[in-house]
Design a protein around this ligand. Structure first.
Ligand code: RNT
Ligand code: ZN
Length: 423
C-alpha cells in the first residue's frame, strides 16, 4: 500500500512548485473531477455483443488476442465495468453498442430494438450515477456482410440499416431522459471498398440520403445528441471509405450535429489534436474517440504518448470543455480487459490533469508578447514539473488505488472472478 502521508507530502511540495508558476493545483483537481470520460463497453468482450456469440467481428475492425475470461453476458460485463470504475478516479459514463441489448430468449432484429431491451443497462447506470452513450451496430451482421450498410445499393438493405439507426436514436433519447444526461448516439459505418472504385460519388449520395432519413425526426437535444464518425480506411476498405472526413464534416456543419474524431482514423502522421480548434469554429460540439493507431490497426489501448497529451492540451487550452465529449475506443483481447479499460482511462485523465496544470496565464502572456523563446523554455520545463504527485493525490482523495497499486486489485479480481469463467 502506498503511504498516504508520503502522497500528501509530495503533493504539498508539488502544490508550491505550481504556485510559483501561478497554477492552482486545487482548482485543477476540481476541474478534472468535472470531466466525464465515456468508457466503451466493447473493450470488455472484444466487440462481441450478446446477439450471437458465434458471429465474428466484421466491418474492417479486428480484436485480436485470447486472454481468458472475457464477459459472456451483460451481467458479467457490468460487473467488470464496476471493477474498472473502482480503479478510475471520478464519475464517468458508459458507451454501449446495440449488440449489447438484452432480449432474453427472443431474437430481436436490429431494426426492431426498443428501449426496453436496454432497461437493465439503464437501471444499472442510474444506480451507479453513470451517464450512457450509444451506437448503432452497422457491422457483424449478415446484411453488412458485403461491406455496405447505409450506402448499400440495394434499397431494402439500406432501409434495414436506416431503421436500425432510427431505433438507436430512440434508445439514446430514452437513456437521456431516464438518466437526466444527454446520450450521444454516434453513427459509424464500415462502408467502403478494398480496391479502387470507379464511382466514388454514388455511395456517398446514398449515404447522404440515408442520414437525412435517419435524422428527419427531431429529438430533444437534452436527451439525445447525434454524432457521425469519419474514417480514412479499414481492413478491407483500404482504397475507399464512403464516410470520409470531408463527407461527415460537411454533413455535420450543414445539419448542425456532432462530429466524432477518432484518433485512430487518419493517416499515421495526421493527428486529431490539431483539428479540434478549427472544427469548434463551425460545429457546436464534438465527440472524441480517444484511441491509438498502430500501423494498420486503429484501436490499441491508449498510452500516455505525445498525441494523447496534445489532445488533452487542446481540450483544456481551447477552454471549450463543455463542447467536447470524451469517449474511448479501443479493444485489446490479449491482456486483462479490465486493466485495458483502467490503464487507458487513467492515462486519459492523467493527460487532462497535466494540461490543467499548465501555467495558462503565463503562456498566454508570453505568446502575446511575442517572446517565443520563453514560450519554448516554459513549455519544456512544464514537462518535468511534479504533475505525478498531483495525480497520486487525486487518486487518493477519490479513494482509488494510487500508482501501480491498481494492479493488485486487478489480480485479485482475476482470481475471484475472471479465472472462474469458462469459454
Ligand atoms: C471503427 C470506429 C467505431 C468502432 C466502434 C466499435 O473504426 O472507430 O467507433 O470502433 O463503434
Ligand atoms: Zn471510433
Amino acid at each position: 500500500m502506498v503511504n498516504q502521508l508520503k502522497v500528501e507530502t509530495a503533493y504539498n511540495i508539488a502544490k508550491e512548485r505550481y504556485e510559483e508558476q501561478g497554477v492552482d493545483t486545487g482548482k485543477a483537481l476540481e476541474q478534472l473531477a468535472k470531466i466525464a470520460v465515456s468508457l466503451h463497453c466493447w473493450q470488455g468482450d472484444d466487440v462481441g455483443g450478446f446477439e450471437n456469440p458465434d458471429a465474428g467481428l466484421s466491418g474492417g475492425i479486428a480484436a485480436t488476442g485470447n486472454y481468458p475470461g472475457k464477459a459472456r453476458n451483460a451481467e458479467e460485463l457490468r460487473k467488470d465495468l464496476d471493477q474498472a470504475f473502482r480503479l478510475i478516479p471520478g464519475k464517468h459514463r458508459v458507451n454501449l453498442h446495440s449488440i449489447y441489448a438484452e432480449t432474453g430468449a427472443a431474437k430481436v432484429e436490429r431494426n426492431q430494438l426498443l428501449p426496453q431491451h436496454f432497461s437493465a443497462w439503464k437501471d444499472w447506470a442510474k444506480a451507479s450515477g453513470l451517464g450512457l452513450d450509444f451506437n448503432p451496430t452497422c457491422f457483424s451482421h449478415p446484411l453488412a456482410a458485403d461491406g455496405f450498410t447505409l450506402s448499400h445499393r440495394d434499397p431494402s438493405i439500406r432501409q434495414f440499416w436506416i431503421e436500425h439507426c432510427i431505433a438507436c436514436r430512440k434508445i439514446g433519447e430514452y437513456f437521456g431522459r431516464e438518466l437526466g444526461s444527454a446520450c450521444v448516439t454516434n453513427i459509424w459505418i464500415p462502408d467502403g471498398y478494398k480496391d479502387t472504385p470507379f464511382d466514388r460519388k454514388t455511395p456517398r449520395t446514398l449515404l447522404l440520403d440515408s442520414l437525412n432519413s435517419i435524422l428527419s425526426e427531431k429529438i430533444d437535444p437534452r436527451f439525445n445528441l447525434d454524432a457521425v464518425e469519419p474514417k480514412l480506411f479499414g481492413i478491407g476498405s483500404e482504397s475507399y471509405v464512403v464516410g470520409s472526413m470531408e463527407f461527415y464534416t460537411g454533413y455535420a456543419i450543414k445539419n448542425n450535429m456532432m462530429l466524432t474524431l477518432d484518433s485512430g482514423h487518419f493517416h499515421p502522421t495526421e493527428t486529431i489534436s490539431d483539428k479540434i480548434s478549427s472544427i469548434l469554429l463551425y460545429i457546436d460540439q464534438i465527440l472524441l474517440h480517444v484511441s491509438r493507431g498502430v500501423r494498420w490497426d486503429s484501436d490499441h489501448v491508449v498510452t500516455l504518448n505525445d498525441e494523447l497529451l496534445s489532445i488533452a492540451q487542446e481540450i483544456v487550452r481551447t477552454n471549450e470543455m463543455d463542447r467536447i465529449h470524451i469517449g474511448l475506443d479501443y479493444f485489446d483481447g490479449s491482456i486483462n480487459r479490465i486493466a485495458a479499460w483502467t490503464i487507458g482511462t487513467r492515462n486519459t485523465l492523467k493527460a487532462l490533469l497535466f494540461a490543467l496544470l499548465e501555467p495558462r496565464k503565463l503562456l498566454i502572456q508570453t505568446e502575446k508578447d511575442g517572446d517565443l523563446t520563453s514560450r519554448l523554455a516554459i513549455l519544456e520545463e512544464c514537462k518535468t514539473l511534479p504533475a505525478s504527485a498531483v495525480w497520486d493525490y487525486y487518486c487518493m482523495i477519490k479513494e482509488v488505488p494510487v500508482g501501480i497499486d491498481f494492479m493488485k486489485d486487478i489480480h485479485q479480481y482475476e482470481k475471484s472472478e475472471i479465472s472462474k469463467r469458462s469459454k
